[in-house]
Design a protein around this ligand. Structure first.
Ligand SMILES: NC(=O)c1ccc[n+]([C@@H]2O[C@H](COP(=O)([O-])OP(=O)(O)OC[C@H]3O[C@@H](n4cnc5c(N)ncnc54)[C@H](O)[C@@H]3O)[C@@H](O)[C@H]2O)c1
Length: 275
């Protein structure tokens, strides 16, 4: 039990990577607050975790809203009496992304195929609304969640830990669309900056930059032969990772096993970054 009696807030915890982290932290004794846009998915995840004996509650979250992030932090403190750990897993790959909407994603992938034939035109024609949506959710949303967490951690004077979920796209522009890669590069710089500013307050801030992981965000890639083969050719281990393999890294980063680490990024990516 590495997280006994600790309170952990997981944004984007209704699905995929966030859900696996919520489960792993819960199994280690943490009290879990899941924040997510999709209430139905969130409630289903909470029911599943409760069956496993985990203390967990759900709060609906719009990651790109400061007020919503503040309300989620208040929920953690009012429900469990503290706030020790934050993981920011809420994220979107593109502006129309809705987790679990397979049809919508397949339609988007068709458009991506067309854009790849004329990348300069695709860049020139990118709508500012589409750009802003991704930056607002992935980057500004991470910032709001970190601010809300930091305020509570400073109030309590506890040893806080924050884990941001970036991506291999934080460092490789080929690993996603323009707004996504820029948002994730921003998350990585935000992590380093916050690590420096929060270290004197005994708050550690680290990041995980996953490779291709089996979640709603990548499942449709498997249905398109050309995409699946191109992506897997970039991964020496030749397979996607599982959300549980990201949860292992996330547990390490909030446990005492990483007590001298801050401002670091881990890449569970099957060897993607070995070139
Ligand atoms: N799956 C991958 O291969 C991969 C790789 C690198 C990084 N990531 C990152 O991991 C994180 C989790 O993604 P995932 O792969 O588990 O996908 P996912 O779709 O399974 O989970 C994302 C969750 O974020 C929630 N979310 C989306 N927009 C939100 C908003 N505005 N407010 C609150 N919640 C919102 C979704 O409802 C969903 O539950 C994302 O930040 C993603 O960019 C994923």
């Amino acid at each position: 039990m590495q997280l006994e009696n600790q309170v952990a807030v997981i944004t984007g915890g209704a699905n995929g990577i966030g859900r696996a982290i919520a489960q792993r932290y819960g199994n280690e004794g943490a009290k879990i607050v899941i924040g997510d846009l999709l209430a139905e998915h969130g409630e289903a995840t909470v029911a599943e975790l409760k069956t496993a004996g985990i203390e967990v509650t759900f709060g609906q979250l719009e990651a790109s809203s400061k007020e919503s992030n503040e309300a989620l932090a208040d929920l953690a403190v009012s429900t469990y009496g503290g706030y020790d750990v934050l993981v920011t897993a809420a994220g979107i790959s593109h502006s129309e992304y809705v987790s679990g909407d397979r049809e919508g994603y397949l339609k988007y992938m068709g458009a991506v195929g067309e854009m790849a034939l004329a990348p300069a035109h695709a860049f020139a024609q990118l709508e500012v609304e589409a750009w802003s949506k991704v930056i607002d959710v992935n980057l500004t949303g991470t910032f709001y969640a970190m601010q809300a967490a930091t305020t509570r951690m400073l109030d309590a004077g506890t040893h806080g830990r924050i884990v941001t979920i970036a991506s291999i796209a934080a460092k490789n522009p080929d690993a996603g669309p323009v707004a996504y890669t820029v948002s994730k590069a921003g998350v990585w710089m935000l992590t380093k900056k916050a690590a420096r500013q929060l270290a004197p307050a005994n708050i550690r801030v680290n990041s995980i930059g996953p490779g291709y992981i089996n979640t709603n965000m990548t499942n449709v890639f498997d249905e398109i032969d050309e995409v699946r083969e191109r992506l897997m050719a970039q991964v020496p281990m030749g397979r996607k990772g599982n959300p549980e393999e990201i949860a292992s890294a996330a547990l390490f980063l909030v446990s005492s096993e990483s007590s001298y680490m801050t401002g670091e990024i881990l890449h569970p990516d099957g060897g993607y970054f070995t070139e």
